[in-house]
Design a protein around this ligand. Structure first.
Ligand code: UDP
Ligand code: MG
Length: 308
């Protein structure tokens, strides 16, 4: 049976690179012998990306095009593309040719061996600025310390998944999405390829520092409730330290005759402070429960069944 391969790519201001991307994909995917489709999602581009892609789609019915009503962000654009893709196996990659399409045949070969999630890791080019390398290393360090699903520090959104993994992914109803985290959360046997990142073919990156910080915060909070618990632990620690210090204050009161009122003032301020921190922590605990509930993620995912 010929399995259909879907290529899903989000586009944001890629007018100068998109035709090259399409022809590269065709050149590399055609010899694989799969039926294929290229699902392109225009994520509210401000330039002629949509028009250029549309002209390509007119000549080739395998190019499917979606246009979002505005810029929803890459994660949402990918979700849209995945939802509309019809393949039995799906490859997601950026449309700026920074994810080398030459890797697709090896990824597809892994899928044929029965692996349903093929991931990629980027190793850095010399061109990549030290600053952004450090920032991304730091993000993954913090993320992996806090989160209950690990992500490799070079992990990218260049992935191959099977149709059923796609269906699980699309059924996750949460609003704030961090795809790499979600795919790690979904599980299944995976295999990872490495590649060296290339320069963009054309155009420029859509991500600035402000956007990256927002993404980092939302991905950490959607995969970890630990920040909510911080005040609880801080409260416990101050209470412990306070108790030791209190012994000293009482000793001081009787032996050196400290200024009247100081001990009681010190006691009430620090005591109240710790009690407040602990109460905030308890509130955080309840908010964490609500937060987990409103995400409505499925409770479990079945990998295989027999005799059922
Ligand atoms: N992209 C998108 N919507 C956005 C920003 C980016 O669909 O709001 C697409 C973009 O066209 C590209 C991919 O996501 O195919 C990665 O974006 P970019 O190359 O700007 O990010 P970088 O590679 O610099 O991390
Ligand atoms: Mg890029």
């Amino acid at each position: 049976m010929n399995q259909m391969l879907s290529i899903v790519s989000p586009m944001h201001n890629e007018e100068h690179g998109i035709l090259e991307f399409i022809s590269e994909i065709k050149r590399i995917v055609s010899p694989l012998g799969h039926d294929f489709e290229i699902v392109l999602v225009d994520d509210g581009s401000k330039d002629k990306t949509y028009e250029v892609a549309k002209s390509a789609a007119k000549d080739d019915k395998r190019i499917k095009l979606l246009k979002l009503s505005r810029n929803f962000g890459k994660e949402a654009a990918l979700l849209a593309g995945l939802t509309y893709s019809q393949g039995d196996l799906i490859v997601m990659l950026d449309s700026d040719l920074q994810h080398p399409p030459e890797l697709i045949p090896s990824m597809v070969a892994k899928f044929q061996e029965g692996i349903e999630v093929v991931k990629t890791i980027r190793t850095y080019t010399e061109k990549q600025s030290l600053q952004s390398t450090l920032a991304s290393k730091m993000f993954y360090y913090i993320f992996n310390k806090l989160s209950y699903v690990p992500i490799h520090s070079g992990a990218t959104d260049y992935l191959l998944i099977s149709k059923r993994v796609k269906e699980v992914f699309c059924s996750m109803g949460e609003y704030d999405r961090f795809n790499r985290g979600l795919f790690s959360w979904i599980g299944f046997e995976s295999f990872t390829f490495e590649y060296v990142a290339k320069e963009r073919f054309a155009g420029e990156t859509s991500f600035n520092l402000r956007l990256l910080i927002r993404l980092a915060l939302s991905s950490i909070t959607s995969f970890s409730g630990k920040p909510l618990r911080i005040s609880f632990y801080v409260g416990l620690c101050t209470l412990g330290v306070l108790f030791l210090y209190l012994l000293y204050v009482v000793y001081d009161f009787f032996h050196h005759g400290t200024i009247r009122g100081w001990s009681s003032l010190f006691f009430s301020i620090t005591m109240l402070g710790s009690v407040q921190l602990i109460s905030i922590g308890v509130l955080g605990e309840y908010i964490y429960r609500i937060y987990n509930e409103v995400k409505r993620r499925p409770h479990y995912i079945v990998d295989e069944k027999s005799n059922l």
